[in-house]
Design a protein around this ligand. Sequence first.
Ligand code: SF4
Length: 304
Amino acid sequence: MYVSTDTQRRVLAWYRKHGRSFPWRETRDPYRTLVAEVMLQQTQTGRVGPIYGEFLERFPSIEALARAPAAEVIRAWRGLGYNRRAIALHVAAQIIAREHGGTVPDDPLVLRSLPGVGDYTAHAVACFAYGADVTVADVNVKRVLARAVHGREPRAVAPDKLARTIETWLPRGGAYLWNQALMDVGATLCRSASPLCGTCPMRRSCSWRMKGRTSSTPPRKKGERFEGSRRQARGRVIDHLRLAVEKGITVKDLFTKLHPDGGGDASQFTEILLRLSDEGLLQLTPSARGGHPRGIVRLPVKTR
Ligand code: SF4
């Protein structure tokens, strides 16, 4: 496959001028990078920014995070959603402290074995913290190269073919800047619905543009609505427990707080409590586990 080094140079020059600035781009510290990448998995950059800073003030090192009670980590995760990631990150910190001498691994395969770390996050930490020459293919990177190289949307390119393209375009020795630059081209110019081709550093060689395509209709998002969803119900349970006193709250009081108007599905509520407990996000006394209204629910008090 032909790789235009001129295009690569133009992209990097554009990035030096127009790249976005984020607190996690000001550090190469592996712990801070890991925290940022886990937070960014399912939360937008604008929401992650302030919480990231507060989280690191509270848990400035792997050891501090590993030692903290799980309840404290869940509280510090407030505002990010998908609370399971807080528990996964906490357990990952404990494994790193115990099995890796407190140093975040640099090998993507070892990183991949940590809870909550998938291929993308493993590559992101290896590249952004350790400078490894690996691809970091988020949705933006995929969109830019699918359009620029294949003249198609990523969904119309076979995944292994697109992965090869992304790999081929990676400038050896320059992965750190290249990955960030492509992410920014995708996020700010090669936007899903209305790409700004006129100011794009890839425009001279972009297949999408040469085909005369200037906009695209993004596919309708499938999946559940957030309002009234199970995900929302799970989040509300944890949000109430964050505010509850340390010793917790009764099942009955928690249910009433969640449904002040008297509605609510009690069996779904019990099911959600049991599931959250299995995931390590809360603790139930035996009577709460059996659904007794006076049973106590609380954030986990012990480190795992
Ligand atoms: S020229 Fe347009 S379609 Fe091509 S990469 Fe740039 S913004 Fe995307």
